[in-house]
Structures are given as C-alpha cells and as structure tokens.
Design a protein around this ligand. Structure first.
Ligand code: NAD
Length: 333
C-alpha cells in the first residue's frame, strides 16, 4: 500500500462536504489503492456537527481511510497537506449579491493562503469551491507566494457537467456520449459555456455537437443562459445551493488533475492565466485544459475563437478584473 495522502476539506460540516467526504474516502478521487488521511476544517461553532460527521465516516468502516482529523485551527489543519479542497465559505442565499459575498469571503482565503504558505507541502494542489471561487483562489494564491501559482485552481467543472448534461438531454444521448464542452471565465452568471469544440457520439459515430444540434440559436442563447443560470435555478428550487452535483464535480476535477485525461479530451478548470487568448495574466480564469498523469495540466492553446465567443470571453474577464480589484481592496482593510 502507498503512503497515505493528506487531504484537507474545509467547510467540512457543510452540505457539499457531506456528499463529498464519502466519495473521497472510498477512493473515487485518488483510486482504490491510495490510503487517505482526511483533515476536516470548519469554524469553532460547528465542531459538534463536525464530530457527528467524523462518527459517520468511522461508521462507514472504509478500507482506505487511515485517519480522520477534525479541526478549527488553520495552522494545524493545513500542516503537510497534499491536496486541499477549499469548500468552506459563507454560501450564497437566494437574492444575495456576489459583491456582498466577496467582501466576507476573501478574508477567509487570505488567511488560508497564509497558512498554506507556512505549513502545507510545497507541491500542495488546491481547488477552491467556496464562492466567489475564482477570486478566492486568486487571493489564496497571492498570499501563498512559496507555492507554484499553477497549483491554485477553482471549480468550473460543475458548469462543464451542466453544459454536457444539457447537450445530452437535447440530443437524447447518454451523458457519456458528449465531450469537450468548454467553460470560459468566471464561475458566475457571466461565464461563457461554449460548444464550438464539443463532440458527440451518435450511434458509434463522432460528430460535432453543433452540427448534431442543428440549431445555432439554441446554442448561442437558451443553452448559454440555462448553464449560466443553473446555480440560481437550483437555489430557487431547493432554497440551498447545489451540493450533490457540486461534490460530484469536485471529485471529477481532482480525479482528472491527479490521473490526467485521455489524448484528445479537454476539461475546464479555472487556473492562473498565462496570457493565452488575451486573458489578463494571473487572473484565475476558466480555460479548456489537458491534464496529465503526472498531476500537471496545460492550457489548450490556439483554439479558433469567433467574434461571438470573443465578446463573451471578454465580458467574463472584465468581471474577474473588477472582482480582483474589490478583493484586493477588501484585503487591505
Ligand atoms: P454550507 O453553508 O452548507 O457549508 C459551508 C461550511 O463552511 C459551513 O459548515 C461553515 O461553517 C464553513 N465555514 C465557514 N467559514 C469557514 C472557514 N473560515 N473555514 C472553514 N470552514 C468555514 O455551504 P455549501 O452548500 O457546502 O457551499 C459551500 C460553498 O461552495 C459556498 O460558497 C457555495 O456558494 C459554494 N459553491 C460553489 C460551487 C462551484 O461550482 N464552484 C458550487 C456550489 C456551491
């Protein structure tokens, strides 16, 4: 058996974590041969709830789960961590503006970035889920200068999965028949879900999704809007933000980062921009990436961008620049 991996989940007493922890602990992310030490961070008032979660994990009697460590102390929790899933944040409730969320949340990610910088493994891999996810990841990266910037990512896989499911439903094919839907930009309602490169397997034959759909009006309008607004639609219906689907997307994101994806496949991850596609360098922007088996990834370059896409990609970039400026100001307070 391999040495256990130390995996930290923040917001561990919350609803996404409740769906996520079982998947991580039973090997869905790092494989069935990889033992795990789970470190669970939440705030002090949630420690009683968190202890209930710890009891349940114990009662699952999982072969790969070497140890579970609950904590409300950042320095203790981030110590020697290999992979951090930063879920904990103040969640968006119905009608709440992202601006209000931003000020409350960036300070959490400044402090966690500082803890990562001081005590985590230097090759730690971080996925930020707590909203505003891209900007929280930007702040976390900024306050952890000793860690390679590309090790900080934010989750847009849920948006990719939503896009893929919309296409599958539209064409009446299984979800697994659709690949290479791309999410550009921010995990917010300005994101740009793009089907330009998507392909779909119909009765054994691979065709371009847009050619199979045969309705560019749907692709450019209803599809884009449905994916952009899906989070809000779930909140409206459930009175709580997406949790089961968010947990599944975290599993997909980290699994693919860890193991890589087959040649010819692309997945969407919000990662530090290297200036590709004219996106401001350093912003945490969702790009199509190719992940590799050595736990690295590269932004896929030189995809054709038409005028429609360019406009949408710039709108979401502008929102991220504004968020970054607000976040930096909030960090000085
Ligand atoms: P939740 O309220 O059920 O749980 C959040 C948990 O975080 C709570 O237990 C809270 O005590 C904890 N927390 C707050 N501050 C913390 C801190 N400083 N350190 C550690 N823990 C802290 O919320 P949830 O439904 O699990 O959602 C969590 C976050 O994920 C929200 O910000 C939500 O908007 C976001 N989200 C992101 C995506 C995405 O695709 N990126 C999708 C869904 C939800």
């Amino acid at each position: 058996m391999a040495e256990p991996l130390r995996v930290l989940v923040t917001g561990a007493a919350g609803q996404i974590a409740y769906s996520l922890l079982y998947s991580v602990a039973r090997g869905d992310v790092f494989g069935k041969d990889q033992p795990i030490i789970l470190v669970l961070l939440d705030i002090a008032p949630m420690m009683e709830v968190l202890n209930g979660v710890v009891m349940e994990l114990m009662d699952c009697s999982l072969p790969l789960l070497a140890q579970v460590i609950p904590s409300c102390d950042e320095k203790e929790a981030f110590k020697d961590v290999d992979v951090a899933m930063l879920v904990g944040a103040m969640p968006r409730r119905e009608g709440m503006e992202r601006k209000d969320l931003l000020a409350a949340n960036v300070k959490i990610f400044k402090s966690q970035g500082q803890a990562i910088d001081k005590v985590a493994k230097k090759n730690i891999k971080v996925v930020v889920v707590g909203n505003p996810a891209n900007t929280n990841a930007y702040i976390c990266k900024k306050y952890a200068p000793s860690i390679p910037p590309q090790n900080f990512t934010a989750l847009t896989r849920l948006d990719q999965n939503r896009a893929q499911a919309q296409v599958a439903a539209r064409l009446g094919v299984p979800n697994s028949a659709v690949r290479n839907c791309v999410i550009w930009g921010n995990h917010s309602s300005t994101q740009y879900p793009d089907l330009t490169y998507a392909v779909v397997n119909i009765k054994g034959e691979e065709v371009k999704a847009r050619e199979a759909i045969k309705d560019d009006n749907w692709v450019k309008n209803e599809f884009v809007k449905t994916v952009q607004q899906r989070g809000a639609a779930v909140i409206k219906a459930r009175k709580l933000s997406s949790a089961m689907s968010a947990a599944k997307a975290i599993v997909d994101h980290v699994h693919d980062w860890w193991f890589g994806v087959p040649e010819g496949n692309m997945v969407s991850m919000a990662v530090p921009s290297d200036g590709s596609y004219g996106i401001e360098e350093g912003l945490i922007y969702s790009f199509p990436v190719r992940t590799k088996p050595d736990h690295t990834y590269e932004i896929i370059k030189d995809l054709p961008i038409d005028d429609f896409s360019r406009e949408k990609m710039d709108i979401t970039m502008k929102e991220l620049v504004d968020e970054k400026n607000m976040a930096m100001a909030a960090c000085q307070d």
